[in-house]
Design a binder for this molecule. Structure first.
Ligand code: MSP
Length: 526
């Protein structure tokens, strides 16, 4: 990182040809959890997301809907993409649209610099193009179509025919960078993650790189090539630059120097763009390559990548309307190892909601707050001499906090939740064994009862702090119930790396009544 401290994280920018589905929301949530964690750790954090609005794909969708591409993009952004951020509680610091002036001007600046430095030349392009991917395809990328397109070469991702292009284009000398890229992957083994993605990228680059066609001249929905306005910039070349134009490249050198390079989260389908083309572009411009590029897996429905174009898309609010945004965030981060594919199912979501959130965590919180209310008039009691069982909880909390931070550093989000969840399980076990309701019947056990409930409340304090990046709403409710805001200040100001230090919730803190964190879901007869 440029100044050694800042954490800049990005999601891909999303095509505005359609409304978001849970696959898009998945990327957003993962990046958001990482951003919130770092923010709460006190790292200067900057989280960018946005929309990819140029190119043939958007142009065709807009035309098919009888509006201009800009009108179409404006409508989709305001009706679907901005609202998504609220639906799943995203804390982005900026949102870039590639049709904004701050982006367009600095894409031109970047391109002009590459041109002046001799990295761009004119050539003839002839080959296949998939508008769905907005990508030039090799024959080896194609498969034989079935159904409507039987026998035709189709894109392996979209199952739709590719188009044969023959155009005079500008080319970027990407082939010059193969050796430098291979050296980069070698010197920085965590540049591309996970390992499987890294191997695939190395394999690909070892076969040699071709120069990249970076302009189109048969339509005009794009950023004009600065020295030739009969061409527009290839949409991926334009889109990748969002990560630096939004960070201040060309407009605010100081901000840019502080922020760049970023941790970049992308789906594995677009890994090559980010791990090959993008660093080559940056090298050509003399800029730092990303901090790291992480390719996450796909959400599968019926064994296939979920997508709107294949009619398997599920809108995020279909889930959040019933389960809420916290459960959405928790479920996808908990159920799927970040970096691997995962199958979505309503049954699994409901089962985890019930077992882990409602019964595991929610119930624990309600019981502890209710017992402090009942047995100590709502005031957190002091703890006495700890027993081995109490010390085990302290140790579990300390270990969970450390392990979770280490996991987040590795972008192993699922491992982080698993570590934190040990506190939930251990506390539930602790309460079952300690039986505070039995202690409460014996006046002589008053101090012991206080110690048990203090231990449980302090464990919940740590849980609220550690789970806040994952479930901002429920943890906020819990924080209020624990009296955390009065005693310790705002939840998001609690340093996450210090969450494992025991004894932060002061005895004498007044708790407040707690509504169910994860209410029972009434079954609907669908
Ligand atoms: N516009 C390009 C990205 C440009 S970044 C400079 C793009 N957009 S996209 O809208 O098609 O996809 C955006 C992200 O959503 C990608 O990371 C993609 O992997 C992710 N997903 C789309 N469908 C998905 C699933 N079914 N599962 C998980 N992620 C998925 O590509």
């Amino acid at each position: 990182m440029a100044d050694g401290t800042s954490f800049y994280i990005t999601t891909p920018i999303f095509y505005v040809n359609d409304a978001p589905h849970i696959g898009h929301a998945y990327t957003e949530v993962a990046a958001d959890v990482l951003a919130r964690w770092h923010r709460q750790a006190g790292d200067p954090t900057w989280f960018l997301t946005g929309t990819d609005e140029h190119g043939q794909k958007i142009l065709r969708t807009a035309t098919a809907n009888g509006v201009s591409p800009k009108e179409w993009a404006d409508k989709l952004v305001s009706e679907s993409w901005y609202p998504l951020l609220d639906t799943i509680d995203i804390s982005n610091d900026d949102f870039i649209r590639t049709t904004e002036e701050r982006h367009e001007t600095n894409v031109q600046l970047f391109l002009q610099r590459l041109y002046d430095a001799g990295f761009i030349y004119t050539g003839e392009f002839e080959g296949y193009y998939c508008v769905g991917c907005e990508e030039y395809k090799q024959e080896s990328d194609l498969v034989t179509g079935t159904g409507e397109y039987v026998g035709q070469p189709v894109c392996a991702i979209h199952s739709k025919p590719v188009e044969l292009l023959k155009e005079s284009n500008y080319f970027f000398r990407m082939s010059d960078f193969a050796d430098r890229l291979l050296a980069l992957y070698e010197e920085r083994p965590d540049f591309v993650q996970p390992e499987s993605a890294r191997n695939e990228v190395i394999q690909f680059v070892r076969q040699g790189l071709k120069d990249l066609s970076i302009s189109r001249s048969t339509f005009d929905w794009g950023i004009k090539v600065p020295w030739d306005d009969t061409h527009v910039v290839y949409v991926w070349f334009d889109a990748l630059l969002n990560y630096i134009t939004a960070a201040g490249y060309g407009s605010d050198d100081e901000a840019f120097a502080k922020r760049w390079p970023a941790t970049q989260i992308v789906g594995k389908d677009i890994l090559r763009f980010h791990a090959v083309i993008w660093p080559a572009m940056l090298m050509a411009a003399g800029l730092d390559v990303p901090q790291r590029v992480f390719g996450h897996g796909w959400l599968l429905v019926g064994g296939e990548k979920m997508s709107k174009s294949k009619l398997t898309g599920i809108a995020p609010n279909e889930i959040t309307d019933t389960f809420g945004s916290d459960a959405f965030r928790y479920y996808f981060m908990r159920a799927i190892a970040f970096g691997q594919d995962g199958s979505f199912s309503w049954e699994d979501l409901s089962a985890r909601y019930q077992a882990e959130l409602a019964n595991g965590f929610g119930n624990l919180a309600s019981r502890v707050v209710a017992m402090i209310t009942r047995y100590f008039e709502g005031v957190v009691p002091p703890e006495g001499e700890p027993t081995e069982a109490d010390l085990a909880i302290r140790a579990a909390v300390a270990a969970a906090a450390t392990d979770a931070d280490v996991a987040i550093e590795r972008l192993a989000i699922q491992d982080a939740i698993t570590s934190i969840w040990r506190i939930v399980d251990d506390l539930n076990g602790y309460i079952t064994v300690q039986e505070p309701w039995v202690l409460a019947k014996d006046e002589e056990q008053r101090e012991r009862l206080g110690t048990v409930l203090y231990t449980a409340a302090e464990g919940l304090r740590a849980l609220a702090v550690l789970l806040s990046p994952f479930m901002p709403k429920a943890t906020e409710t819990l924080w209020t119930a624990l009296g955390g805001a009065d005693a310790l200040g705002p939840l998001t100001a609690q340093p996450v790396r210090d969450a494992g230090t025991w004894g932060q919730l002061p005895a004498g803190t007044t708790v407040n009544g707690l509504e169910a964190l994860f209410p029972r879901i009434e079954a609907t007869n669908e």
